[in-house]
Design a protein around this ligand. Structure first.
Ligand code: GFB
Length: 324
């Protein structure tokens, strides 16, 4: 815990990955802080190239870095592209943390994911469950890269005295998410499938797996708020879980999504698709002790996300346009 809190006033804060769901939520959240938000387009800076990251950082000299850039994807994308999920994430984090150290940033926040914990970790998963057992096979590549990132941030603290911290968000959802059904996460997938089934008048929506796995979902705007809270109020070697502390089954989520979308048909479970981790619920005691609580209830967050997908026009609409 920092005492006094780390003041954002007058700081130049680089949100790396500002086009992503988390990065864009951070840009929205930081707009109300007295800081300057820095961003750079992917075409102008490839974070997997060390020399380019070092040169950009030396020229731009941010005071604060939030590393929200990562190769991310749903359960099948993780399983299908192990090199991309392991290699790209290792490169991005070693390059950005190394360059942040080289220019002497005042603070850096590294983001991981709840999939860093062992597949069969006791629930809810406290921060000290890290590295106590084998990982879930479908996302072990991404998890290993993110665990390396946590350790790298800790190593910079120990060896060089840098104020680098790490946060581990649970499964996130919200505006700006990926809607490609082959690579996306479960919430955008179900919103899209339920919407398309409603529009087509289809009798069923297909849900991957058995429907029995349990997941915790946090709206990305709540996540961004928690991350800014940690940036200002936390300084320590241990990573901090970011979640809401409640979970539900995938089948329950699917029913809730159908209700929000207004699809009245049935669910069909495709058990040829993987279930992944049986349960992923974070122990959010450490974050709560730092004074943060979520505000957005799941149903409200899903309804707002559905509206944002329709407004952005990125939901395919076979029979008519956005009025469907
Ligand atoms: O969101 P999701 O892909 O991520 O899947 P994970 C969560 C659960 O929803 C799994 C089920 O049990 C899926 O089988 N599911 C049901 C679906 N229908 C669908 C669907 O249409 N699409 C998808 N994608 N899932 C990821 C990790 O794990 O979570 C990443 O692979 C990362 O590394 C991310 O940690 C947050 O929770 O299984």
């Amino acid at each position: 815990m920092t005492d006094p809190p780390f003041a954002l006033g007058g700081r130049r804060v680089w949100v790396a990955g500002h086009r992503g769901m988390v990065g864009s939520a951070l840009v929205r959240r930081l707009a109300v802080e007295p800081c300057t938000v820095l961003t750079v387009e992917r075409r102008d800076l490839d974070l997997t190239r060390r020399a380019a990251v070092e040169a950009w950082m030396a020229a731009t000299r941010p005071d604060v870095v939030i590393l929200a850039a990562a190769r991310v994807g749903g359960i099948v994308a993780n399983d299908a592209a192990p090199v991309d999920f392991l290699r790209d994430n290792l490169l991005i984090e070693t390059n950005v943390l190394g360059a942040a150290h080289a220019v002497g940033v005042a603070k850096l926040l590294f983001l991981g994911s709840s999939c860093i914990y062992p597949r069969d970790a006791a629930q809810p998963m406290a921060e000290d469950a890290l590295l106590t057992g084998p990982l879930e096979a479908t996302n072990q590549w991404y998890a290993v890269a993110k665990i390396a990132g946590i350790k790298l941030a800790q190593a910079y603290r120990r060896q060089h005295g840098r104020d680098f911290i790490s946060a581990m968000p649970t499964n996130l959802y919200g505006p700006g998410d990926n809607l490609d059904l082959t690579t996306c996460h479960v919430v955008p997938a179900l919103l899209r499938k339920a919407h398309e089934a409603k529009v087509r008048g289809a009798p069923t929506v297909t849900v991957w797996g058995s429907g029995r796995p349990r997941r915790e979902f946090l709206h990305v705007d709540d996540c961004a708020d928690a991350l800014v809270h940690l940036l200002v109020r936390y300084s320590g070697e241990a990573h901090v879980n970011v979640g809401c502390g409640e979970d539900l089954t995938v089948a329950e989520l699917a029913r809730l999504v159908c209700d929000v979308v207004g699809f009245r048909g049935e669910l069909a479970f495709d058990t040829t698709r993987p279930d992944g981790t049986p349960r992923k619920l974070l122990d959010v005691g450490r974050l709560a002790a730092l004074g943060w609580r979520p505000r957005i209830a799941l149903r409200d967050g899903l309804a707002a996300t559905y509206r944002s997908f329709l407004e952005q026009g990125n939901m395919s609409c076979p029979s008519s346009r956005l009025s469907c």
